[in-house]
Ligand binder design. Structure first.
Ligand code: ADP
Ligand code: MG
Ligand code: MG
Length: 883
């Protein structure tokens, strides 16, 4: 078996499409090499070795050692060096790389191959002993930390100690001779901790690092990450071993990261950051604030540090060409790592770049115009869930801005909240219902939970590619990074902004579009959805088969949904209209009357209010379908909660409060969600259905006249299990339609259908469809009733179920396709058998969930219906489902 694939010198044994075998990093290094780009030569040990390793008691295949040796020789020939050679030593990096990038895996070890001998040769060749010893001590620190498990703070202490004794403040002031002494201390520290010396043998170093990469595949951190992201455990990781190039060889050397387009806005402009005389992750670590790569970005940022373009024009020009070449080759925006060693450019990584939703849209649309992508491909390039980010507010341009400081606009959107300094504080405040901005010098992976809890993130250090910036963009949260004028004092709980003192708890606003930090709360604007959004959605709309409707009952929500492109209302929950203060008393009167006459009197008061509600909706939806569901929840939800409320109702009906209290007690149920609700209420109290039907029909007549387009009306009966239930209610509705027609002379087109939200309804769909003219799958209740799990009580154990791998996803968020989905499929098939062409939709939470939408497409539903803010997501997901 071939376990090792080499790359470098304009060729490679692997290629970009071999990610499962070589991991993402290895496959793309191979591809770049074959494209003739300057990639330091190296080789990839395949993911199959990782699989073998765990299947065989953590041992390697027999042929591996020889294959690694041969590959090292190839690299040696390509570089004119030899691994472990005392005159011309080859140094390498050891890098992990799974199919998808995965935090939790072993950190990269740089400068491997250095020892007491080779360090001298490296220094002599570079004419710079300081550089050589600096690299050696970095290697000992890194290797001891990630491979040998020695706590890195011990090394820091030695270093600090040395600086203090010699009154030095910067690492760069430490001389070569001093480093030699420090290295000795580092080595004895390792020996003391491990009981054996720091490995001097390069082979031992290499196999130690390789073992550490494979070992890190099964660490708790890596496992957790895989579980959260649905990454199978048997994928395994690859190991990349690559000749070192040095960005820390003085002022003509540098290291950096770049995006071929702006990952925040999508603008077609090379975008990135670098540091002179630096190595590895210095740029993203936020230790020094990096410099811009292009002149353009430098000017826009108003930076006084020179750009790479100005500083190293030749290397820059080559880099720019390579960026263009890679983008055209991969037909996607790339995220790159590079190093310049004494003026010579080297490429160290390329991959598809993470981007904001705004950037994803712009890049997809631009690339179609540039001829790089087809419209279908562009549709597939945007992740539907990410559109959510675009729906975030921005600061009203007319609002007054009290600017406290300015940082980098690291992630778009604006947010206001109280200042907190730790992730724990952020979480606690969030749990208490407060909105906070997480303010930190810089963030690290331990801050993820705090970033989740915060409305936005502000850092005083680090650039556009710092941890805070990258993670915030991924989360769709506003972020201002690298606001260097802020002095954050965690201990005192203060931020000093050029003399202006802000305290923990003070409200600030951050503007991710400009990088401004503003005092107090600032007026925001809701986003407008035109431009690239409109174009891509237009393509999506042309491709999708299913319609997208919304769940809405207020005029405000309905209008928003229309703007977002809803093609009708799939679910209007009439009971939501019952809670408004002007009518709740009448609703309570209706419920608490123990006789039909009393109920009818109260319903008569509600009729005009409901009529107006419906009229508004019909007018906004102007001829688009509107599905109105009759009263659904158990009556006790409307009952007065306090004595005062009870008194009000008693006075309104003119009965004794005590009698009323008794009636309220009678209405109590053990299990209201499975109790007297839905069509069961309408069967008991048909006058409720009559009032609602009258309000609906009268409103339809009026709205039809007013708008000139007849209302497209669908009346939906909830919680039907028996065909007979539907028939009883339907009779009342039909009678009311006839009555209103008689009174107004207007013939109204309407359909009567049902929610399918009980297993019995799904199974009996063939029978029920004899009466029902449409079905809407109410998958919230259907999930509850299929699993026998109450949604409101599920939180206490569903988390455990997920952790133990019993279920992959919360079935209330993403449709359980095997179980609940099976019922939806059965319901659809049986319904269609009875009534070919019966209209089928879904109106649970799942109607706005992309993977559930794919399922709906696969069984041929006619539409999905979801909350207004998810309508754009559903439109895009429905289009993707057809491609
Ligand atoms: P990650 O997946 O965390 O980005 P990488 O393996 O890409 O880890 O490397 C971490 C850092 O080390 C990056 O900045 C990378 O460019 C740098 N690096 C890796 N290999 C080499 C090498 N052979 N020479 C110089 N720098 C390297
Ligand atoms: Mg890393
Ligand atoms: Mg990398």
């Amino acid at each position: 078996t071939k376990w090792v694939f080499t790359f470098g010198n304009g060729s490679a044994e692997g290629a970009a499409d071999m990610k499962s075998l070589l991991g993402g990093k290895g496959a793309n290094l191979a591809e770049m090499s074959s494209l003739g780009l300057p990639v330091p030569p190296g080789f990839t040990i395949t993911t199959e070795v990782c699989t073998y390793y765990y299947a065989n008691g953590q041992s390697y295949p027999d042929e591996l050692a020889a294959q690694v040796k041969a590959a090292l020789d190839t690299v040696g020939v390509a570089t004119g060096r030899g691994f472990g050679d005392k005159d011309k030593p080859l140094l390498v990096s050891v890098r992990s790389g799974a199919r998808v990038s995965m935090p939790g895996m072993m950190d990269t070890v740089l400068n491997l191959g250095l020892n007491d001998e080779t360090v001298k040769a490296i220094g002599a060749a570079a004419h710079d002993m300081r550089f050589a010893y600096d690299s050696y001590r970095r290697f000992i620190q890194m290797y001891a930390d990630v491979v040998l498990g020695v706590d890195h703070s011990e090394f820091e202490e030695v270093l600090e100690d040395h600086k203090e004794r010699n009154e030095l403040s910067l690492d760069t002031e430490i001389t070569a001779e001093d480093w030699v002494g420090i290295i000795e201390k580092f080595k004895s520290l390792v020996e003391r901790d491990l009981g054996r010396p720091f490995p001097q043998d390069p082979d031992e170093q290499l196999w130690g690092a390789i073992g550490a990469v494979f070992g890190s595949w099964e660490t708790p951190r890596a496992k957790t990450y895989r579980r959260l992201h649905d990454i199978p455990g048997d994928w395994g990781t690859a190991v990349n071993v690559q000749a070192m190039v040095f960005g820390n060889m003085g002022e003509t050397s540098a290291t950096g990261v770049a995006f071929t387009r702006n990952p925040s806005t999508g603008e077609r402009a090379l975008y990135g950051e670098f540091l002179v005389n630096a190595q590895g992750e210095d740029v993203v670590a936020g230790i020094r604030t990096p410099q811009d790569i292009t002149e353009k970005a430098k000017k826009e940022a108003g930076s006084d540090k020179p750009s790479l373009e100005a500083l190293m024009p030749e290397a820059f020009a080559e880099f720019r060409d390579i960026c263009d070449k890679l983008e055209t080759h991969y037909r996607d925006m790339q995220d790159l790592e590079f190093t310049i060693e004494q003026g010579k450019l080297w490429m160290l990584q390329t991959r598809s770049g993470k981007r904001t939703a705004k950037a994803a849209l712009k890049i997809a649309v631009d690339m179609v115009a540039e001829g790089l992508l087809s419209e279908e491909e562009a549709i597939m390039r945007v992740e539907p869930g990410a559109l959510d980010q675009l729906l975030h507010p921005t600061i009203d341009p007319a609002a007054k801005r009290d600017i406290v400081a300015t940082g980098l606009p690291a992630s778009p959107g604006a947010a206001s909240g109280a200042i907190v300094f730790t992730s724990e504080e952020a979480e606690q405040a969030r749990a208490a219902g407060k909105r906070v901005i997480l303010v930190r010098v810089e963030t690290s992976p331990e801050d993820i939970h705090g970033m989740h809890a915060a409305e936005g993130i502000l850092t005083s250090r680090g650039g556009m590619t710092s941890h805070a910036a990258v993670v915030a963009r991924g989360m769709g949260k506003p972020c201002v990074a690298g606001a260097g004028s802020l002095r954050i004092d965690y201990r005192k709980g203060t931020v000093n902004a050029a003399g202006r003192l802000l305290n923990k708890g003070d409200i600030i606003t951050i503007d991710g579009a400009t990088g401004q930090i503003l005092a107090g709360e600032v007026a925001m604007l809701q986003p407008t959805l035109s431009g690239d959004f409109g174009i891509l959605m237009g393509w999506a709309d042309a491709k999708r088969r299913m319609k997208v409707r919304t769940n809405a009952e207020t005029p405000a929500d309905t209008r928003v949904a229309r703007e977002f492109g809803a093609e009708g209302i799939g679910l209007c929950r009439t009971e939501h209209m019952f809670f408004d203060s002007d009518r709740i008393i009448a609703v309570r009167e209706m419920i608490l009357s123990d006789e039909e006459t009393g109920r009818r009197a109260a319903l008569a008061k509600l009729l005009p209010m409901q009529r107006n509600d419906f009229k508004d909706l019909f007018e906004i939806m102007k001829g688009l379908p509107v599905t109105i569901r009759l009263l659904d929840p158990p009556l006790h939800e409307f009952l007065p909660k306090t004595d005062e409320e009870l008194g009000e109702v008693a006075a309104a009906i003119g009965v004794d409060a005590e009698k009323l209290r008794q009636r309220a007690l009678d209405l109590e149920e053990f299990n209201p969600m499975l109790g007297h609700r839905g069509c069961r209420l309408l069967v008991s109290y048909p006058e409720i259905a009559e009032m609602q039907a009258r309000a609906i029909f009268e409103a339809a007549v009026e709205a039809g006249k007013k708008t000139g387009s007849p209302v497209h009306l669908e009346i939906m009966v909830p919680l039907v299990g028996l065909k007979g239930e539907l028939d009883l209610v339907k009779d009342r509705i039909v009678a009311m339609a006839d009555a209103v027609k008689g009174e107004t002379g207007v013939e109204i087109n309407y359909q009567v259908g049902t929610m399918v939200e009980l297993p019995r309804a799904a199974l009996q769909a063939g029978e029920i469809a004899k009466s029902a003219e449409f079905f809407s799958f109410g998958t919230n209740d259907l999930t509850q009733t299929t699993f026998g799990i109450s949604r409101d009580d599920a939180a206490s154990f569903l988390g455990t179920y997920q952790a133990k791998g019993l279920i992959e996803q919360d079935p209330f968020v993403s449709l359980d396709q095997d179980g609940v989905g099976e019922l939806v499929r059965i319901g659809s098939e049986r319904g269609r058998q009875t009534r070919p062409g019966i209209k089928l939709g879904i109106c649970g939470e799942h109607g706005g969930d992309p993977s559930s939408i794919h399922f709906c497409e696969s069984i041929g539903l006619d539409y999905v219906s979801c909350s207004p803010f998810r309508v754009p997501i559903a439109r895009l997901a429905a289009a993707q489902a057809t491609l």
